[in-house]
Design a protein around this ligand. Structure first.
Ligand code: NDP
Ligand code: AKG
Length: 476
């Protein structure tokens, strides 16, 4: 089947078509997807710019209804779309279905935000004057998303953009167009006017600069790699567009001597290897205090050994394949580098599946130092390292010693330890007795230093990015 781009309310052939292939089975072609060129990207921006004033001036209840209806359909089709998502991205069916449900919740939460966009009325310093502070849409937003959360990340950017009256040009990652296509189809059928949401599937290297650099684009929200993020920032800022970037993490999970080891092992396993480790929130640095180090490593190694790597749709699979060949090569390169720099490797082997896919067993790099490359750079695969530290002081120092700062976590049974960690961690999100990955949809999401740029995503905080403040003075 062929899946087309969606511009100004109509489905459009791309300039070329590209196959979407399952990482679980390289002979499984999910469909042929349109690829836009620069002219089509420009047309989409023009359509969004033309539609924006009308969309913004609709009563908020109408924007509510579209998002709410779309949320209902996602929920009703969670099993079907979850399977499709798992098939194209490689996460397990359970993870895929959960992600679709999360996207539904995001749409419904942001639907409510259309009706919860408060302003302020203040007295002026001048007699007889009243001041009103209100929020208005930013305008046209380009939304560029990665492959690792094919429906949740698009939902958490598109939903608040639309809720606050912006119009959107949406470019999903080349590897996962099917989930994106269905999200747009659902929103369209839920009642969006033409031009409000435009889908331009196509390669980032072909159309990215247009989507970011066109002067009609008022804001860009991007999630992906550090290098592309920096390029997006420079291009957008050159014409004064507002920018929001989410770029990655090297997230520390501290296991203290007084931790509940069962919980810590389960949390580390899920945090490091859930979604095949392909999460910017993955628990990729396991920092373990000396008293519990050996027992933790022993138990985690056994737990990791229980992970069944296989086809994303097989019932027995607990970890799906790596997303594509180049990500697999990147994972293997980091595993090799860790070994060269002195780590002891558990797992990290290529695995034969029942079908030909990108299968890698989960890898634990033991006996690493925080200065090793594996602990400095994001791998973005099923690879975690263990760092032994003497005590909590050293654990916090090592945890904070990173160019990233997205999430962090601590396992401890002590209230004072968890309080101290929470206060001294320099990450944007802190987890106590939980893995570093797995976030709620109604609270701010984002990090510090190299992980993020611009206002937070998700929850009510999304308003800061998707609206601009107007101050009105009224003399009576
Ligand atoms: N923080 C996170 O959540 C993620 C981090 N990553 C990191 O990035 C690495 C590489 O993954 P990759 O998918 O190549 O990441 P990219 O940063 O290249 O891709 C992210 C998005 O940006 C688009 N893009 C690519 N080039 C440009 C450009 N010049 N201008 C605007 N947009 C562009 C991509 O499109 P297209 O797909 O068409 O190239 C995709 O939609 C991973 O190994 C991982 O380390 C990856 C995904 C998510
Ligand atoms: O951990 C999560 O729930 C979200 C992760 C995420 O947004 C990402 O990896 O890009």
């Amino acid at each position: 089947m062929s899946y087309l781009n969606f511009i100004d309310g109509t489905w459009r052939e791309g300039v070329t078509m590209a196959p979407n292939i399952s990482p679980s089975d390289l002979s499984d072609v999910i469909g042929e997807f349109a690829r836009a060129d620069a002219a089509q990207a420009e047309e989409a921006i023009g359509a969004a710019a033309a539609a924006q004033p009308g969309w913004a001036s609709l009563p908020p209840g109408e924007r509510f209804a579209v998002l709410d209806r779309a949320g209902d359909e996602l929920q009703a089709r969670a099993d079907e779309l979850g399977e499709l998502l798992a098939r194209e991205e490689g996460k397990t069916r359970t993870e895929g279905t959960a992600e679709v449900k999360r996207a539904s919740q995001i749409l419904k939460f942001q639907a409510g935000e259309t009706l919860r966009n408060p302003g302020e009325v203040l007295p002026s310093v001048r007699p007889g004057v009243e001041v009103l502070v209100s929020r208005e849409p930013v305008g046209v937003v380009s939304i560029i998303t990665p492959w690792n959360f094919p429906i949740a990340i698009p939902a958490w950017k598109i939903a608040p953009a639309l809720a606050y009256g912006n119009c959107v040009v949406f470019k999903p990652a080349e590897l996962v167009p099917a989930s994106a296509w269905h999200l747009v189809d659902i929103l369209h059928r839920a009642g969006l006017p033409a031009g409000v949401l435009n889908l331009v599937m196509g390669r980032g290297r072909d159309i990215g600069d247009i989507l970011v650099g066109d002067p009609r684009v008022d804001a860009v929200s991007f999630t992906g790699s550090v290098d592309t993020g920096h390029r997006v920032l420079a291009t957008a800022q050159a014409h004064g567009a507002r920018v929001q970037l989410e770029m990655g993490g090297k997230n520390p999970l501290v296991i203290c001597d007084d931790a509940d080891l069962d919980a810590a092992v389960a949390g580390a396993r899920e945090g490091a290897f859930g979604s095949t480790g392909q999460r910017c929130t993955a628990s990729s640095r396991l920092i373990v205090t000396a008293g519990v180090h050996d027992a933790f490593v022993d138990r985690l190694s056994k737990a990791v050994d229980q992970i069944t790597v296989g086809h994303a749709l097989d019932a027995e699979t607990t970890m799906g394949p790596v997303v594509d060949e180049s990500q697999l090569a990147q994972d293997l390169r980091y595993i090799e580098l860790a070994t060269q720099q002195g780590a002891t490797l558990v797992g990290g082997d290529l695995v034969e599946g029942r079908t030909k896919g990108h299968y890698l067993s989960p890898a634990l790099a033991l006996d690493t130092r925080n200065t090793d490359t594996i602990n400095r750079e994001e791998v973005f695969g099923p690879v975690a390292s263990v760092i032994r530290v003497d005590d909590l002081d050293e654990a916090i120092e090592v945890a904070n010693d990173t160019e990233f700062g997205l999430t962090s976590g601590v396992y401890t049974s002590s209230l004072s330890t968890s309080t101290r960690f929470r206060q001294q961690s320099t990450a944007g999100m802190v987890m106590v007795n939980l893995p570093t990955a797995g976030v709620d949809f109604h609270v701010p999401f984002g990090g510090r230093r190299g992980s993020s740029y611009g206002p937070r995503e998700q929850g009510r905080g999304a308003r800061d990015f998707y609206t601009t403040t107007k101050t009105t003075y009224v003399a009576s």
